[in-house]
Design a protein around this ligand. Sequence first.
Ligand SMILES: C[S@@+](CC[C@H](N)C(=O)[O-])C[C@H]1O[C@@H](n2cnc3c(N)ncnc32)[C@H](O)[C@@H]1O
Length: 283
Amino acid sequence: MSSKKSKICVPTDEVRYALYENSVQDAPEQARLFERFYKDAGGADPQVLREDFAGTFWISCEWVKAGDRRQAVAIDNCESPLNYGRQTHYADLTAAQQERVLILKQDVRDRIQPGVDVAAVCNFSFYGLKTRASLLEYMRSVHASLRSDGVFVLEMVGGPGFIRIPEKETRTHRHESGPKKGKKWYTYRWLHKSFDPISRNGVYSIEFRMASGERYKDAFVYDWRVWTIPEVLDCLEEAGFSNSAVYWEMDEEDDDGEVFIKTDRGLDDDDTWLSYVVAKRAK
Ligand SMILES: C[S@@+](CC[C@H](N)C(=O)[O-])C[C@H]1O[C@@H](n2cnc3c(N)ncnc32)[C@H](O)[C@@H]1O
């Protein structure tokens, strides 16, 4: 048992975004996946990424690092994650790379200049759009910004385990470098606070418990509508997308080292599943 008593504290933005990214994001891998989805859909070499609900826009920064002609548009309506992104990932880019990242503080439903190859929303962030009308408005805005061979990638989560109350997932993270390498850094806790099966509205939160004793309760709280895949596919069609594919997360890599498998049928024994819906703008 730990001898340290935990103390509920409020983390600085710097601490909470660093812990968030370390716990739930892998930007280089996500950038690689988007390129694969675009090529699977018949595209050649994607150049322009639109990262929606971008937060600290780490993926946009990785995207422009992966090619001299690559550009990214990062969209978020909140200043604090954008500010963290500017001070970290963006500051680490070369001046030439920085010129290829456009940061827009605006609603994802607002129209932007067309010319996007891949539009993407990660970590289920569009679940924050809780009505069909607002989801459609968002999808139409994405559709209008895509080139004709562009794709729209939506990361989704669901399954009985995701709507169970109460439920929590706990993971321990260790320092990966520096003098404390291998020592416990913090525990990540994902908590289900409520779920209403009629509206499919659920409230979820992230808590971090630091090895040094601080407890960052409700470091992030999400009030979501847990959309289902068929609802999203129907809306995509209505918004003008020509066809959509689903990539399901497998427990193990396949022979090509891929974890996400394109499929018409999800695995029905997955208590909590994760998948990407990939919609093509035009045939
Ligand atoms: C869960 S975070 C996602 C962070 C990161 N992109 C990821 O994938 O983990 C959701 C982000 O969406 C932003 N957001 C919420 N509603 C939005 C809207 N309507 N338009 C633009 N950004 C929005 C929030 O400010 C927040 O930074």
